[in-house]
Design a protein around this ligand. Structure first.
Ligand code: GLN
Length: 552
């Protein structure tokens, strides 16, 4: 039977509860305890797939095709396990399933209530993931902060599970924030006391209080929190803000959180061992190179909109021992200002995924700039479609080439819906979601990057490369580097003769790990380092100087 760790948040949101949860998973896994992670999100949406990036940041996609909360991305990056749709539970899903059962008459005429029907459904989901994965420990994070109205059924379900299980089989961790008052230079514990009181009023006594703070938390403050919140002093853990999220597992082990959790849960665990993780962090913190990468998108002003992409760039940098300076470039600005002035001096250009027409012409300009100036380019999903449209317009001379997503009337639908390609009237194509196999074509940059010819990557899109243009584009230098195994859909493409201009219809960023970078990101950053240092014999650098000097 699995053991459960419940992670709740207090005081304020966005203090890194998800990262802390993920880091705890890493600590346990590195002590040979098998773990899985689950996020309970109290909002009423069934999943974040339909939510605006302004509301929710990135949508993280699992291999089994679930559109989930971005915290699942942190979970996968830290514990290096592929999660499934069971790892992401929302109030919307819970109600949907309770109501479906009610309509089927499964409750035999009973009155359907928050307790026990909704709470039973929540408990079932928590226990299901334990059964499905066979993990020794299931770490369950509750979104939001204690005191939120919509979070109450989740806390009640947790209270019940804690009562139903043996005391050594569950643990409650409360992540709070200790504000600093500048005028008196003091760290304040009162909000934490209030938040713990709120949690206790729901029947949950925390075992561990994890104190996030921007300043040092002294032993005296910890003693105070332990006393007022009725927690063992060893259970009050300080977690100051760090340069990198990847330092968090190390910090938590240094604070002896792992030992304490293992003791309370009576786990049979191996000694702590973060040697490999520490080495990875050391590489991250001591780079020998540096590259400037432009990330082009229409939501670049939002911190979380392209989270997995930014992390994947950092992972690739770790592999190349290069500090990756990410420069966010708004695609609409590329439509208003000279492209050269916005992208000048960058060592690589990444064009982000996206939906809808806004900023498309700017992204096309970025692709053109990459191609003409031989600057490494990585196109992710829409970024690959952009690469094809730009090539069709400016190299093949197909005036007005476009995706039917942006212009249904385009004379050259280089990107279109599968139904359109096959002459089917019904346009109701749903999204292609989750993992699909792809066969790479030997001799391509993509195949060299992966070092294998059969891969699985995750998708989230509706439109596809139009095979009608495949031969024409290939003849001009834009080749398919991988397709579905039956050859029917182009999944990845590249430009022959360019140092690195690759676009994938799938989302490579979701499978990148800090200690195992995704191959396309790794080679993209390697090409950027080469451009920066001239290691390839200086050809790219010379070319760039010529371009800068106004030459060909
Ligand atoms: N809008 C494009 C499509 O639906 C690309 C989607 C994406 O970038 N994720 O195909």
């Amino acid at each position: 039977m699995p053991k459960y760790i419940f992670v709740t948040g207090g005081v304020v949101s966005s203090v890194g509860k998800g990262i802390t949860t993920a880091a705890l998973g890493r600590i346990l896994k590195s002590r040979s305890v098998s773990v899985t992670l689950q996020k309970l999100d109290p909002y009423l949406n069934v999943d974040p797939g339909t939510m605006s990036p302004y509301q929710h940041g990135e949508v993280f996609v699992t291999t089994d095709g679930a559109e989930t909360d971005l915290d699942l991305g942190h979970y996968e990056r830290f514990i290096d396990e592929e999660l499934t749709k069971s790892a992401s539970v929302t109030t919307g899903q819970i109600y949907q399933s309770v109501i479906a059962k009610e309509r089927k008459g499964e409750f035999l005429g009973g009155t359907i209530q928050a307790i026990p029907h909704v709470t039973n459904e929540i408990k079932a989901r928590v226990r299901q993931i334990g059964r499905e994965t066979g993990a020794q420990v299931v770490i369950v994070e509750v979104g939001g902060t204690v005191g939120d109205i919509e979070g109450q059924p989740f806390l009640e379900a947790i209270r019940q599970i804690r009562r139903e299980e043996r005391p050594e089989d569950t643990l409650s961790i409360h992540v709070t924030f200790l504000p600093h008052v500048g005028s008196t230079n003091e760290i304040k514990t009162k909000p934490t006391q209030h938040s713990v009181r709120e949690l206790r009023s729901m029947g949950i006594q925390p075992d561990v209080i994890l104190c996030r703070a921007d300043h040092e938390v002294t032993a005296e403050i910890r003693r105070k929190i332990a006393l007022f919140c009725d927690v063992d002093e060893r259970g009050v853990i300080s977690l100051p803000t760090m340069d990198s999220i990847y330092q968090v597992p190390i910090m938590l082990e240094d604070e002896n959180l792992g030992d304490y959790v293992i003791e309370l849960l009576k786990l049979d665990a191996a000694p702590r061992d973060l040697a490999n993780w520490r080495e990875m962090v050391d590489r991250l913190q001591n780079p020998t190179n540096e590259v400037d990468i432009a990330v082009v998108g229409k939501y670049v002003e939002l911190h979380d909109a392209y989270l997995s992409i930014k992390e994947a760039l950092i992972h690739a940098g770790i592999a190349q021992r290069a500090k990756v300076n990410i420069h966010c470039v708004h695609s609409e600005r590329l439509e208003q200002e000279p492209v050269g002035s916005l992208l000048e001096g960058v060592d690589g250009i990444l064009v982000c995924p996206g939906f809808g027409e806004r900023g498309i012409e700017g992204k096309l300009e970025a692709a053109r700039y990459s191609r003409e100036n031989r600057i490494p380019y990585l196109g992710v999903c829409l970024g690959m479609q952009i690469m094809a449209i730009e090539y069709a317009r400016n190299v093949l001379g197909l005036i007005g080439a476009n995706s039917t997503e942006f212009n249904v009337q385009t004379p050259h639908p280089v990107i279109s819906l599968l139904s359109e390609q096959m002459g089917i009237e019904d346009k109701g194509g749903t999204m292609r979601l989750g993992g699909y196999p792809c066969r790479l074509i030997p001799g391509t940059k993509a195949a060299a990057a992966y070092g294998t010819d059969e891969i699985v990557e995750r998708h989230r899109h509706r439109y596809e490369f139009n095979n009608k243009y495949k031969a024409q584009l290939a003849q001009a230098g834009l080749i398919a580097s991988g397709t579905l195994p039956d050859g029917s859909l182009v999944e990845i493409s590249e430009i022959v003769g360019h140092p690195f201009m690759v676009g994938s219809q799938f989302h490579p960023e979701f499978r990148s790990r800090p200690d195992r970078p995704q191959p396309l990101f790794r080679e993209f950053i390697a090409a950027a380092v080469q451009l920066r240092t001239g290691v390839d014999g200086g050809l790219i650098a010379q070319q760039r100087e010529r371009v800068a000097a106004g030459g060909a």
